[in-house]
Ligand binder design. Structure first.
Ligand SMILES: *[C@@H]1O[C@H](CO)[C@@H](O)[C@H](O)[C@H]1NC(C)=O
Ligand SMILES: *[C@@H]1O[C@H](CO)[C@@H](O)[C@H](O)[C@H]1NC(C)=O
Ligand SMILES: *[C@@H]1O[C@H](CO)[C@@H](O)[C@H](O)[C@H]1NC(C)=O
Ligand SMILES: *[C@@H]1O[C@H](CO)[C@@H](O)[C@H](O)[C@H]1NC(C)=O
Ligand SMILES: *[C@@H]1O[C@H](CO)[C@@H](O)[C@H](O)[C@H]1NC(C)=O
Ligand SMILES: *[C@@H]1O[C@H](CO)[C@@H](O)[C@H](O)[C@H]1NC(C)=O
Ligand SMILES: *[C@@H]1O[C@H](CO)[C@@H](O)[C@H](O)[C@H]1NC(C)=O
Ligand SMILES: *[C@@H]1O[C@H](CO)[C@@H](O)[C@H](O)[C@H]1NC(C)=O
Ligand SMILES: [Cu+2]
Length: 622
């Protein structure tokens, strides 16, 4: 912003302008490690920092700049890692490489302790609010995440100051413990772990200083693992001007809804004159997403919009109607980008959650839960020659789909589940052309029949007319038992992960891999030395199909696969009923006072916890 006005004001100072315009290279040298912290001021816990510091820094660059980020795994406990720049297209045509996109076992090998990987890319033509985060395990929940802001000399709006604000959720236990308890046969319903707190820019209570007359650009990023969040400012309007890096037609609202992975930037005009008081900024959890709402959980946090630090703190306020939140479907791009008016290929994913034979609850597309292959999918693409166009070599447990060069792809996701799912696509943003409301059962358990509740997309009778200028973003919320339909053009060769950004669901396998125009990818990219070194250090082959074979590319022996289905006649619901009845039989043996007091997790303790969880989740009193 400052740059362009400077240039136009000082038309004579050509050299100064040239230096403003030229691209900068930003080099970072980060080593990961656990850092003792106390993010919410309530509980000490270890967070993942860089170079011994947590929070990790926000990164600010300008359109056209280059980022060179060396990431060294400095964990001393064997943790492996990787890094993703969320929302970056990493286009080959900009000279970028697919191998730095970040998801472990999709486009790179995990970085094992002692190894360094270089994330080197330009931000040729993207602007706005993004973020970067770990793409291994659920590490970003433990703080391995920062804002990534791309400034634009030609912003289509004016403001005096910007504020970058991450909204996240906090778990007191480290991610790997939470994951272990979650992905367990003692959690047969797949109830998502409940966070202990909400964080606002990595802390609990915040005070933001406003000066009368100024306009602020507030860039909100939901960088949490799980819950969506609402934001409202007392007596200040919010004008949405950007979503996920796309400028939108200004839309005035009182209430924002931001799911994990999503960003929304709003202009806020401060009061013209000192109002003589402070105002509240409310941050609220979408508690509908919680299976159980623990009474002690604080779901709303009140922060201060301060016109003077000496003024009394503003009190919290109540939102009457959460449905009044700005609806993403209607946020049309500022640039009148037209609807892609047809598709060449349509992909339908029926989403369901089910127990498999190990008793653990998994998330699936068309019955297949994503399981990491033995070699990263990118390795398979770049070492298989002409076979790269044959989806079979990527294995049958990664939901691999090969896309043709430049075709228009339509993805339909039908939600045979009662939860919300914020879907994220790597390498692109997409047009959202249908977004159903949510559908809830008339009566709760035991009448509950998901197949009857779900309203899948009916192409002959779309719910709403296709928008002329659909919202363009990289993460969209799929409503309970509803559907979404998105379109994009396959003009970016690469291996691109499509997955639920609610990280517990990704852990449950809610993902697919688009292999876009693999032959063009082969023409411009070969595995770099750094890539191969990383794989060798992780003892992962640098050639082969999904199972690591090179002799016969269709030989899938040894491919990691999802557990077998439950024994026939054992539906998930039957399994669930079986667990409940078995556990109810055990109820008498345990006393409530034992719960949670013991640090040692014996099997009995686990059984007890499960029982309690199952009963709580179903509102059964005991
Ligand atoms: C990064 O930092 C480490 C440790 O300080 C150092 O050994 C290494 O040479 C640095 N690398 C670069 C590329 O600056
Ligand atoms: C945050 O604010 C709450 C409510 O005003 C207060 O009880 C708590 O002590 C504050 N915590 C910190 C860490 O400042
Ligand atoms: C990053 O990539 C650019 C373009 O390919 C290259 O010129 C530069 O040397 C790379 N940086 C490093 C540190 O390798
Ligand atoms: C949020 O934290 C980052 C550093 O982590 C800081 O640069 C930024 O200014 C903070 N935002 C606000 C509104 O204070
Ligand atoms: C949180 O805020 C909402 C909206 O203002 C309100 O309805 C709800 O009662 C609050 N919940 C708690 C636990 O304070
Ligand atoms: C603003 O959003 C509302 C719904 O949230 C929508 O009806 C309206 O068309 C939008 N206006 C503009 C200018 O985008
Ligand atoms: C999705 O489910 C519907 C309804 O059961 C079925 O007709 C359709 O074939 C399924 N689609 C796929 C790709 O499995
Ligand atoms: C889809 O819509 C068409 C047109 O309204 C209707 O005839 C058809 O029965 C619908 N299909 C389903 C599966 O509901
Ligand atoms: Cu999900």
């Amino acid at each position: 912003m400052a740059g362009s006005s400077l240039c136009s004001l000082m038309a004579v100072a050509l050299l100064a302008c040239a230096s403003v315009v030229s691209a900068t290279v930003h080099t970072f040298n980060f080593t990961t490690g656990w850092v003792d912290a106390n993010p919410d001021g309530v509980r000490e816990k270890k967070m993942i920092g860089f170079n011994g510091q947590w929070p990790v820094p926000d990164i600010h660059v300008k359109k056209g700049d280059r980022v060179q980020l060396y990431l060294t795994n400095g964990f001393d406990d064997g943790t492996v890692t990787s890094l993703h720049f969320h929302g970056m297209f990493q286009k080959l045509s900009d000279g970028n490489r697919n191998e730095i996109d970040g998801p472990s076992m999709v486009t790179q090998c995990p970085i094992v302790p002692g190894q360094t990987y270089l994330y080197n890319f330009t931000v040729a033509d993207q602007v706005g609010t993004y973020w970067y985060h770990a793409h291994s395990g659920s590490q970003f929940g433990d703080g391995m995440r920062g804002a990534f802001i791309i400034h634009d000399d030609d912003e289509p709006f004016h403001y005096d100051e910007e504020m970058v604000i991450q909204l996240s959720d906090l778990y007191w236990k480290p991610y790997y413990e939470v994951t272990q308890e979650f992905m367990s046969r003692y959690n047969p319903t797949g109830a998502e772990p409940i966070p202990q707190n909400l964080l606002f820019n990595n802390t609990l209570n915040a005070t933001l200083d406003f000066e009368p007359g100024k306009t602020y650009l507030m860039r909100f990023i939901n960088s949490g693992l799980f819950v969506s969040q609402y934001v409202a400012l007392e007596e200040h309007e919010l004008t949405i001007v950007e979503v996920d890096g796309v400028y939108v037609k200004p839309n005035v609202t009182d209430l924002l809804y931001i799911a994990t992975g999503q960003r929304m930037s709003v202009l806020v005009k401060a009061k013209e004159h000192d109002p003589g008081r402070n105002f509240a900024l409310m941050q609220m959890m979408d508690e509908v997403m919680l299976d159980v709402v623990p009474p002690e959980l604080v779901r709303n946090r009140t922060h201060q919009i301060s016109y003077n630090r000496n003024y009394e703190a503003a009190e919290s306020f109540i939102i009457d109607d959460f449905d009044s939140a700005a609806e993403e479907f209607y946020l049309a791009p500022l640039d009148d980008i037209k609807l892609l008016d047809h598709y060449d290929t349509q992909i339908t994913f029926n989403l369901s959650l089910n127990n498999l034979g190990d008793g653990v609850n998994y998330a699936m597309f068309n019955g297949i839960t994503y399981v990491h292959p033995k070699v990263p999918t990118l390795t398979t693409v770049l070492t298989s020659g002409e076979l790269a166009t044959d989806a079979r070599i990527y294995g049958d447990n990664v939901n691999a789909i090969v896309l043709q060069k430049d075709e228009i792809v339509e993805v339909v996701v039908n939600n045979y589940d009662s939860g919300k799912h914020p879907f994220h696509l790597h390498g692109h943003n997409f047009q959202l052309i249908q977004k159903s409301p949510e559908y809830r059962p008339e009566a709760d358990y035991p009448e509950y029949d998901q197949d009857k509740i779900t309203v899948p997309y009916n192409e002959s009778a779309p719910l709403m007319p296709f928008p002329e200028y659909p919202v363009l973003r990289d993460t969209v919320v799929l409503a309970p038992s509803g559907h979404i339909v998105i379109r994009f053009k396959a003009d970016n060769p690469g291996v691109w992960f499509f997955h639920c950004h609610l990280d517990w669901h990704l852990t449950q396998g809610l993902g697919a891999v688009f292999i876009e125009d693999p032959l063009s990818l082969q023409e411009s990219e070969t595995l770099s030395d750094n890539y191969k070194q990383l794989c060798s250090a992780a003892e992962i082959p640098n050639r082969g199909n999904a199972a690591g074979h090179t002799d016969d590319w269709y030989n899938m022996e040894g491919l990691p696969r999802q557990p077998r289905p439950l024994p026939s006649g054992f539906t998930a619901k039957g399994y669930f009923a079986f667990i409940v009845s078995t556990l109810v039989g055990l109820l008498g043996i345990y006393t409530i006072s034992d719960y949670g007091l013991s640090e040692t997790i014996s099997d009995d303790q686990a059984v007890y916890d499960t029982l309690k969880g199952v009963l709580d989740a179903n509102g059964i009193s005991y």
